[in-house]
Write a protein that binds this ligand. Structure first.
Ligand code: FAD
Length: 284
């Protein structure tokens, strides 16, 4: 199966994992996978480190998962590599039985404006085309419902995102903190004739520091109400987590009620927050 097939089944849960860097990290990841198994993740996305040292770890984890019941979705960034290297990675994935790929540009310090030799890839959409040409059956892209931090105008940004979505089988979003941002984005795409499924990404934020870092990374502001609640319990880990879980559960409920096909969780290799949100949804 591909990620597209799994999305088509509807009302699914998927998760994102980070390739571990240490033996302790490997144990934490194995524990998270075990704890998440009962929710049957529709697919498991594996991030790609823009910093050189993590690159091989993504491939290793994806190849390990490809031999199990889990459907892996490797992330790959075009800005990190020359075309020939990208082709090598794609071909190795195909040989390992990988059916789906998330085509990305790549986090800073990789930029989309540096001069490139002819034939090299600048944008995620070009990697999506290359992946398809090499024979990956299902290719997704990233979208930024609240706007990409580097975009000049909202209209231009939405047009770029619509063009990218037209060439993709599905999209995953940047962290969604307010359901209306996702729902408004899907409407904007539909108004441009684009109906590619867009899966909202959720991350439980449980401290003020995480909220600030997240806003900086994604350019997506954290709602004031959530920040105020986190500040009120600053220093109390358990209380902070309860605030984050309650907020994410509410957003998840609104997303599903608004027509989101499923929910993608940025787990940071820990199962607890995701499981608590899902338990909260079941209780509703
Ligand atoms: P692109 O779509 O290529 O866009 C890059 C920039 O170029 C944007 O400013 C866009 O507006 C502009 N642009 C795009 N197309 C055109 C065009 N045709 N003409 C002019 N301008 C254009 N980063 C990692 O390093 N590793 C990961 O594993 C990773 N996973 C991610 C997963 C998700 C779901 C998301 C949302 C992001 C992820 N990122 C990851 C971060 C991502 O690489 C950055 O957000 C990056 O800044 C943009 O990537 P993109 O794929 O959206 O780029």
């Amino acid at each position: 199966p591909t990620v597209r097939d799994r999305i088509a089944r509807g009302r699914f849960v998927s998760v994102e994992l980070l390739p571990p860097r240490t033996p302790a990290g490997e144990e934490a990841l194995a524990a998270a996978l075990r704890e998440l198994a009962p929710v049957h993740p529709a697919f498991v996305a594996v991030t790609y480190g823009a910093a050189g040292s993590d690159r091989g770890r993504t491939e290793a984890l994806v190849e390990q998962l490809a031999g199990t019941d889990v459907l892996p979705l490797p992330h790959l960034t075009c800005a990190a590599h020359r075309r020939t290297e990208l082709v090598g990675i794609l071909d190795r994935y195909i040989a390992a039985g990988v059916t789906s790929l998330l085509a990305l540009h790549g986090d800073p310090p990789l930029t989309a404006t540096e001069p490139l030799p002819p034939g090299e890839l600048r944008y995620a959409v070009e990697l999506a085309r290359l992946a398809r040409d090499r024979g990956i059956p299902c290719v997704g892209v990233a979208v930024h419902p609240e706007g990409h931090p580097a975009a000049d105008t909202r209209e231009q940004d939405l047009d770029h995102q619509a063009a990218k979505l037209r060439e993709a089988d599905f999209a995953l979003t940047q962290f969604v903190n307010r359901a209306e941002d996702y729902l408004g984005f899907v409407d904007e795409m539909a108004a441009r004739g684009v109906t590619t499924p867009v899966v909202p990404g959720l991350r439980v934020i449980s401290t003020v520091q995480q909220a600030e870092k997240m806003a900086l990374m994604s350019g997506a502001p954290v709602p004031q109400e959530l920040l105020d609640r986190l500040r009120a319990v600053d220093g109390d880990r358990e209380a902070g987590r309860a605030v984050g879980v309650a907020h994410t559960t509410r957003v998840a409920r609104e997303l599903l009620a608004g027509g989101a096909p499923g929910l993608h969780f940025y787990t940071m290799n820990r199962a607890t927050g995701t499981l608590e949100v899902l338990a909260g949804l079941d209780r509703a």
